[in-house]
Ligand binder design. Sequence first.
Ligand SMILES: [Zn+2]
Length: 230
Amino acid sequence: MNVIQSDGFKVEIIRSKRRKTMALAVGNGTVKVRMPARLALHHAERFVEQKQHWIKAKLAQNPPIEDRLYRDGETLPSLGDLLTLDISPGQGKNRIYRDGDTLFITTRQKTPSQAALQKLVTDWYKQQAADYLIRRCNALAESSGLRPASVEVKTYKARWGSCTISGKVQLNWKLVMAPTAIIDYVIIHELCHLEQHNHSPAFWQLVGQFDPNFTQHRAWLKANGQQLQL
Ligand SMILES: [Zn+2]
């Protein structure tokens, strides 16, 4: 693998025999160029130079995601609130509960690993998601008249929700880390797919009927969605 050092950022070069053209990808603080195996490196350098402004703008929009630290005083987003962690190790049993804006954790281990704490927190969020998202989806289905066949909360890597042709709505549990207006937008988006299984102007018009600020909500999700991670 080659790396080009450009003005203020590094570019990873990935060569492939099957590839016929060059392609650029920017995300999570990294820049990658995929290029045909036999093409000389200076073509990639030239390509990157031409796209420099675009790359810098993209990197500024998508800063690298830092690993969370599970320790006292760290905060986690939940339904528009910021919860502060309060961890008490060596308490005989593992427990996690919210009181006000504090997320209390007790652990059996005297020095719990980050992975163990992450698992406790993730399980708690999934539980919150199962309660909140399903209740909210049912309420919005009622008020909009767009009633899904079923609602399910799932783990997705790269999407917030989905709606099948048979009318099943599925929502990503990580949504509970977003503000409530954003969650409503995603639910409305999926419910509107019950009538329009596409992203046509008619679809967006329907979304706009139930969420007049959907453009801002969609933009928020695009800009901040990757931070909704544990
Ligand atoms: Zn959609």
